[in-house]
Write a protein that binds this ligand. Sequence first.
Ligand code: NAD
Length: 469
Amino acid sequence: MTHGRLFIGGRWQAPSDGGSREVENPATEQVIARVAEGGPRDVEHAVAAARVAFPSWSATPVADRVVLLEGWYAELRAVSGQLVATTVAEVGAPVAVAREAHVDLGLAVLRGSLDAAAEVAWEEEVGLSLVLREAAGVAACITPWNYPFYQVLAKLGGALVAGCTVVLKPAELTPLSAYLLVEAAERAGLPAGVLNLVTGAGAVVGEALVTHPDVDVVSFTGSTAVGARITALAAPTVKRVCLELGGKSASVVLDDADLVRAVTSTVEAAMLNSGQTCSAWSRLLVPAPRLAEAEEIAAAVAAGLVLGDPLAESTRLGPVVSAGQRATVAGFVDRAVSAGARIVAGGSAPPRSLGHFHAATVLSDVAPDAEVVREEVFGPVMTIQGHRSDDDAVALANASSYGLHGGVWSADPDRALALARRLRTGQVDLNGAAFNPSAPFGGYGRSGNGRELGRHGIEEFLETKSVQR
Ligand code: NAD
């Protein structure tokens, strides 16, 4: 498969220096595609095309924008099988996970953005003022490799409904679904320059976008370190920077909860997508007297996750995304064990000779300040800690520089909600409640400052103007 061109101003064109990059299937270690490698001159062209398209797209009535975007949604649904196959190939996600957590959820967040167009207060009266919400301008959308289809739609739904024009830079490791997305937008008849695609390196294409004086908004999902760098790089041009960063989320099991259900669900969620989920519950907090029981349940669940060929319907655990990521994950596990952690399930030894697989790993006997408790591993690795009371559980859960997600398990819904109010995180699920593709998603602290999805995700891409009369 070759995607040798970039999409700029409504035309597919070769990158200015003719470069390309290989894409690997992490399960087979085979090169499956070659994609265009953009450079600074391509960013210049793409930003210029987005700038030219902005006046007309932002002045298009929102209802008309939504009609065009409904066409895009329909085109994407029509190729959902191809999107699933591409996600399996480039991420290594098991086909069932690719279908539900990548493609169906991606489509659901786009659906949520389209529906939320009607919820935005595009104009409101505040005393003598008419307050207008207007598109913020040209948006640079920079996305990570873990849920490539979903992450792009979480940004583009909000940006395009808002009336922004976009330059999209997907992750180097997983750029293929972005091509399908842009081809679908082209078929749906999105006007030239509204959506531009420049694939390439973060340090080159990403930084050229972030520093470009004609980019008004940077919407970034990725690591906290890169988010911090982007904030600094965007400061001289006073851009709006919306950050969706890493996490180290806690699942808090209270003493009246159904332990089997809570631990089972937490382990399954922590290992979803091989643990490469920003909101993964990578820290399980259980009542201290029941720690041994929780370990036993967690070990059985982790061992029961079928690891292997992502194309098999029964597979639950695919590889991690790359050899480098596998080495990073294994390093965390080895250092945790050296620091005194006990392996309850899994371990760092490669479970297969081919593919970047890492076993589902559960660690206990971890100190609250251990590296594996504080740092985001971004692999199929979780810790279990005991807590002595609700207050202790809150203190342990909040002892993190991150604040993306959390879970609370209790037989008493009021008690669960009361505890959720005390967690310093942008999302909390009570008793395993389902993900809501229209509710605001984002982090506290070093998990970022943005909110994606639904109405809040549109508002990220809007300016506010007050007209006094
Ligand atoms: P990353 O930060 O390495 O890269 C993310 C994107 O930024 C890529 O497209 C990359 O090319 C680009 N980039 C890298 N350096 C850049 C620079 N200097 N300037 C501009 N762009 C640059 O992250 P990753 O490894 O792809 O993704 C994993 C991280 O993403 C994890 O920390 C995870 O928690 C986080 N994440 C967060 C969310 C969320 O919604 N909060 C969702 C998914 C992933």
